[in-house]
Design a binder for this molecule. Structure first.
Ligand SMILES: Nc1ncnc2c1ncn2[C@@H]1O[C@H](COP(=O)(O)OP(=O)(O)OP(=O)(O)O)[C@@H](O)[C@H]1O
Ligand SMILES: [Mg+2]
Length: 384
């Protein structure tokens, strides 16, 4: 089931109140707040009344009349009945006193969604998605596999907001994605796998955590349950369902090559091997590629080598690595300990941590190449 995303503009001067509304709106499926670069008409404007409420209500009338926003909700610290009456006359649908009651806002958003879906001409249901599974594995522990998986997923979602992006953590013991994205999740993929017979898109969307960037996250199990064993069949069913719902499914596979990760490998459309330009890592890349050749999957053309923590004065150059691996390096991400570490410590994607940094630009360009949107650098590798 695909929801049309309703765009919400927040015109709220008070930082704390704005953050609160941003959190509520972003946590609701099918709603997105305006980013700095977004333009065009909003489905909903949430406006905080300031010192001159009468004038602001007049502006609301103009906004609704001009179609700049389809609906307006108001919030204010003080509530005067005559202002409220004027606001309703101007066409305001909801009024939220402060402190804001989260449940009240959620109810109003759901009501709005119901109204919009009956007002808007429904899009004919197209064919189901055939999502692309992008599997990210590390040539060694600590090379930045999780950093790459998380920031690739968030950059894909930011590159094209129409696309649905999922991020799955396959590290059975030490999954860290919730930390990287400050997500508190009640459900994990083991929990979902236990209910595989019930799985449909509504159920999956309700148990996955939606990050502000739009990425839907399925974390790894917080504890491994002895009474339930995940089987390759379970993972197959889960990924088959996810393919019909998401455009991109990014998987952090860590470094294991057990039955489960081999099933994921078999189903992946592309495999990104994260490596450093160090001898032990490159030897491992070679070993991995030998294994894959023996397995018969993934195909050589579906394997992409990504060099992480690249710096220009590296003892082993990208050209050296290509020669020894007999394979082109697909992408490289610059070394930036400061930004990656702060991002992890604050639980933010790199694009939020420092949108102007070189490392963020590198992920943005990688996502643009994959989605075909934005700055494309198809055959020109960034270091050439
Ligand atoms: N491009 C980069 N530049 C500098 N430091 C980086 C970069 N990418 C990742 N790191 C750092 O490397 C460390 C490990 O990163 P990360 O957790 O993503 O690796 P991992 O391969 O998933 O590790 P694990 O094997 O524990 O799962 C982190 O401290 C992170 O800040
Ligand atoms: Mg990791």
């Amino acid at each position: 089931m695909e929801l049309t995303t309703l765009k919400v503009r927040l015109d709220i001067k008070d930082d704390l109140i704005r953050q609160e509304f941003t959190r509520i709106v972003s946590s609701e499926e099918g709603f997105a707040t305006y980013g700095p670069g977004d333009s065009g008409a909003a489905d909903l404007l949430i406006l905080q009344l300031g010192d001159r409420p009468e004038e602001e209500i007049l502006q609301v009338q103009q906004i609704l009349g001009s179609g700049t926003a389809r609906e307006v909700f108001l919030t204010s610290k003080v509530l005067k009945s005559e202002i409220l009456i004027e606001a309703m006359r101007a066409g305001v649908k909801e009024f939220f006193p402060q402190p804001v009651n989260k449940e009240e806002v959620k109810r109003a958003l759901l009501k709005l969604r119901g109204q919009q879906s009956t007002q808007k001409p429904q899009k004919a249901e197209g064919p189901k998605k055939q999502g692309k599974i992008i599997n990210v594995i590390g040539s060694k522990g600590g090379v930045g596999t999780t950093t790459v998986a998380v920031n690739l997923a968030t950059s894909l979602a930011e590159a094209d907001r129409e696309k649905m992006v999922a991020l799955i953590d396959m590290n059975l013991l030490f999954g860290e994605i919730p930390l990287f994205l400050s997500i508190e999740s009640v459900f994990d993929w083991m929990e979902v796998a236990k209910n595989i017979s019930r799985i449909d898109s509504t159920y999956l969307l309700s148990v996955m955590s939606r990050h502000n960037t739009g990425v839907h996250v399925l974390p790894s199990p917080a504890k491994v349950l002895d009474e339930f064993r995940v089987t390759p069949q379970v993972i197959e069913a889960l990924l088959a369902q996810m393919r019909t719902m998401f455009d991109y499914i990014v998987i952090d596979s860590g470094q294991v090559l057990d039955d489960i990760s081999r099933t994921v490998l078999k189903l992946s459309d592309s495999l990104i091997i994260v490596t450093l330009l160090s001898l032990p890592c490159l030897i491992n890349v070679k070993r991995l590629m030998d294994h894959f050749q023996k397995f018969g999957y993934p195909l050589e053309e579906d394997i992409q080598i990504l060099v992480n923590r690249h710096h220009k004065r590296s003892m082993i150059s990208l050209e050296d690595a290509e020669k020894s691996l007999k394979k082109k390096i697909y992408w490289n991400i610059p070394n930036d300990f400061q930004t990656t570490m702060s991002a992890i410590n604050q639980g933010r994607p790199l694009s939020v941590m420092d949108s102007a940094s070189e490392i963020t630009a590198s992920f943005r360009e990688l996502a643009a190449m994959i989605t075909g949107k934005g700055q494309k650098k198809k055959s020109i590798l960034p270091w050439r």
